[in-house]
Design a binder for this molecule. Structure first.
Ligand SMILES: [Ca+2]
Ligand SMILES: [Ca+2]
Ligand SMILES: [Ca+2]
Ligand SMILES: [Ca+2]
Length: 341
């Protein structure tokens, strides 16, 4: 348990309060009677003159309208679960969450259609994912507990690979709505659709850098196999980061933005590689004869990925230098697309 400060804009005497943050934070906790009483004591004369009921209402309004979280500290974030993934263990592909040690797998979707490619919002309160429940692949967003599922920027084309901007306001994704896969950005409320790329090759798998200034992606612009590219968040200044003839794809940034982890088949089978954000220092982290793919880099430095090394698709975590790979799932069906935060 920890506490955080709530401050006021503009400053109001007595409005600064201390609140307890629960291990799993979903929404701001309602002020307790004790908290309200504490606050009332700081409002001179209110309770005496206007009566207890009206004073409580006044303080409640003050807490909503006058107080703003995050003016001195970031808003509280969800602690657990930290891994969202896709599995067909219940008959077809659905989105699940689990704790970072693999415990407490929880199914969030339940449709006859395939769901895929889940991505945490930066504050951990929402999950973007894809679903084919309306007949073709669309973007969806839901709360972290699976409630409130809604589609976003739907089109008859294939819409895929959502990635949140670090401020949580926008989602980058790929879509074939203009003829071949291009990268788009849309506001999290579905407005403001903007196309970022315009190239005859397939541009997909966009991932926002932690500082919000760049987007890494995969494309086959310079050959038949994908390579990893990076561009400014407005689509300008595209730069190629990998040049191997084999497939290089599925990039994800390190939490500090200095490195990019990706999948490459350059050593004969899919492995998880890491490189500096400028493309230098490309290094194989897995070196396993089975397929290793779809890495995701957690804030604590661990890298989650999918591997076939134990006979079917399972989810693993390892240290950022590739040491101590640890299996999180153990199920004969496919467990894939881990996104760890
Ligand atoms: Ca499904
Ligand atoms: Ca679609
Ligand atoms: Ca491998
Ligand atoms: Ca499995």
């Amino acid at each position: 348990m920890s506490s955080s400060r709530i401050t006021c804009v503009p400053p109001v005497p007595g409005c600064e309060l201390t609140r307890t943050v629960r291990p799993t934070f979903v929404a701001p906790a309602p002020a307790s009677p004790a908290l309200l009483a504490t606050g009332l004591a700081a409002l001179p004369g209110v309770a005496r003159r206007r009566g207890r009921a009206r004073a409580f209402a006044a303080l409640a309004a003050l807490l909503v309208a006058g107080c703003s979280e995050g003016t001195t500290e970031p808003a509280p974030e969800t602690v657990e679960p930290r891994v969202v993934f896709v599995s067909n263990r219940d008959g077809n592909f659905e989105v699940y969450t689990m704790h970072a040690d693999g415990t407490n797998p929880t199914r969030l979707t339940s449709t006859p259609a395939p769901e895929g490619r889940p991505a945490w919002s930066p504050d951990g309160r929402q999950i973007a994912f894809t679903s084919e429940r309306d007949g073709n692949r669309e973007l969806y967003v839901m709360n972290a507990d699976g409630t409130g599922q809604r589609s976003l920027a739907a089109s008859p084309a294939v819409d895929d690979n959502p990635s949140w901007s670090p401020d949580g306001r926008r989602i980058a994704f790929s879509s074939t709505r203009d003829g071949n896969a291009e990268i788009y950005v849309v506001n999290a409320d579905g407005t403001g659709l903007t196309r970022l790329t315009s190239h005859a090759a397939n541009d997909s798998w966009p991932v926002w850098s932690p500082d919000g200034r760049r987007i890494a992606f995969q494309a086959n612009r310079d050959g038949t196999a994908n390579d990893v590219y990076v561009m400014n968040a407005d689509g300008s200044a595209v730069a190629r980061l990998t040049t191997d003839a084999a497939i290089d794809q599925m990039p994800t940034w390190s939490p500090d933005g200095t490195r990019i982890v990706f999948m490459s088949a350059r050593e004969g089978n899919p492995d998880v590689f890491v490189m500096n954000a400028d493309g230098s220092g490309q290094t194989n982290l897995t070196r396993n004869p089975a397929a290793d793919a779809r890495p995701s880099w957690a804030r604590n430095g661990q890298i989650a990925f999918m591997s076939m090394r134990d006979g079917n698709m399972e989810i693993y975590v390892m240290n950022a230098d590739g040491t101590n790979p640890t299996r999180l799932t153990s199920h004969p069906t496919s467990d894939d697309y881990p996104y760890i935060r």
